[in-house]
Design a protein around this ligand. Structure first.
Ligand code: NAI
Ligand code: 2PC
Length: 353
């Protein structure tokens, strides 16, 4: 539940009312004052999942990515700073889009070994603003938004690159938060005869397989990464690896790779052979040239932004082969516009309730 009713806001412009001294003369007005002075609503993880489905998020992210590549989004490449002594990062991700009428910023932290401390590796909050005034209209759980919109962006990429055959094998490399979100989102796009889950720890792989749906969705644990990747039609990499772990020589021609981890210039998940044999689609060219270790260090070419592909139509292996490539790869780094459009959708649904 929201901590206070949305009716405390000015229904015309969404801002918080200014209070006069006489407003406090009645208990009910005092109540309104307490409500209003508490500030904008906080929309929690549970509430977000009640308000929007994964399919809703896929749809707004698809439009957001197209708008981004079409010049309708104002968004700098995010800035990251290191908390060097603690091995983490703080990122700030602002975006404004006039066609979606949204203005927001996400603040996130990225740590790689928080598990021992009992907190997630990625934590975040999204601050949603009214573009016409700059007033903060809502604070939203940024972990849920990050999970949903990241998997939604991969689902959009898969929608436009999916292999033609039915009964596909999906391999998920990693068994954390994004592994679960991707299993949910990618099932909106294709059906799978097998969902393979690889991780470094059997107990965690089995937990992830069970959370995804186990036998009901044909999910199976894999402890050997090469075996998990061999013969897969779609591979999604969602690990915290900093060195290449997936090799091009393992993959069959025509594999679609959704590469979601390795979001820093010296981090890798994929080897040079895989990168150089792939038709590479990115979420943002500017972001990729600053942050994508797999692209920067392999020196591979970029074919297009995913928003351009959304505008022009699907890409298939014929296109890849005509560029001398064996695989199609989407390199996701995560864009502020994905958070902004998702936050706006959640805020609008919150106000309709
Ligand atoms: N592109 C985007 O928009 C986003 C990308 N990410 C990235 O996705 C990846 C996964 O994120 P979460 O699932 O939230 O993290 P998580 O911490 O929940 O899961 C990470 C997984 O990677 C495994 N792992 C850790 N170190 C590894 C190593 N050296 N080699 C192989 N596996 C290793 C862990 O055991 C775990 O299964 C991260 O790299 C994160 O930065 C996360 C959010 C958004
Ligand atoms: O876009 C995003 O939120 C993130 N990208 C990598 C870590 C988190």
């Amino acid at each position: 539940m929201a901590p206070f009713p949305c009716s405390a806001r000015n229904s015309l412009n969404g801002s918080w009312p200014r209070l006069q001294a006489h407003d406090l003369s009645h208990t009910s007005n005092l109540h309104s004052f307490v409500m209003a002075s508490a500030g904008p609503p906080y929309i929690s993880a549970g509430k977000i999942r009640e308000l929007v489905s994964m399919l809703d998020v896929i749809n707004v992210v698809e439009k957001g990515l197209a708008d981004f590549s079409n010049g309708k989004v104002v968004q700098p490449v995010r800035s990251f700073l290191n908390t060097t002594e603690h091995g983490g990062f703080l990122g700030v991700m602002p975006a404004y889009c006039y066609s979606s009428n949204c203005l927001a910023t996400k603040v996130l932290t990225l740590y790689t070994d928080n598990e021992s401390k009992g907190v997630p590796n990625i934590q975040a909050i999204v601050v949603q603003m009214d573009p016409s005034t700059g007033s903060v209209i809502a604070l939203l759980d940024g972990v849920t938004i990050t999970n949903m919109r990241t998997a939604a962006a991969s689902a959009v990429a898969l929608k436009y690159t999916k292999p033609p055959q039915s009964d596909l094998t999906l391999c998920i490399v990693g068994s954390g938060v994004q592994a679960r979100a991707h299993a949910e989102a990618l099932r909106e796009i294709c059906s799978y005869k097998e969902i393979r889950v690889w991780g470094r720890n059997l107990e965690r792989i089995q937990k992830c397989v069970a959370d995804i749906g186990g036998d009901a969705v044909n999910a199976k644990p894999y402890q050997d990464l090469r075996t998990a990747c061999e013969g897969a039609d779609i591979i999604v990499t969602v690990s915290m690896a900093k060195e290449p772990i997936v090799k091009g020589e393992w993959l069959k021609e025509g594999t679609v790779i959704l590469s979601v981890g390795a979001c820093l210039p010296d981090w890798r998940e994929l080897d040079d052979e895989l990168m150089n044999n792939s038709l590479v689609i990115v979420d943002s060219r500017a972001g990729a040239m600053k942050e994508a270790g797999d692209i920067l260090l392999s020196k591979c070419d970029i074919y297009a932004e995913v928003g351009e592909v959304v505008a022009k139509g699907p890409v298939n292996m014929e296109t890849a082969r005509s560029h001398g490539k064996k695989f199609i790869l989407f390199k996701s780094l995560g864009l502020a516009i994905e958070d902004a459009v998702t936050g706006q959708l959640i805020y609008e649904k919150f106000n309709q309730k």
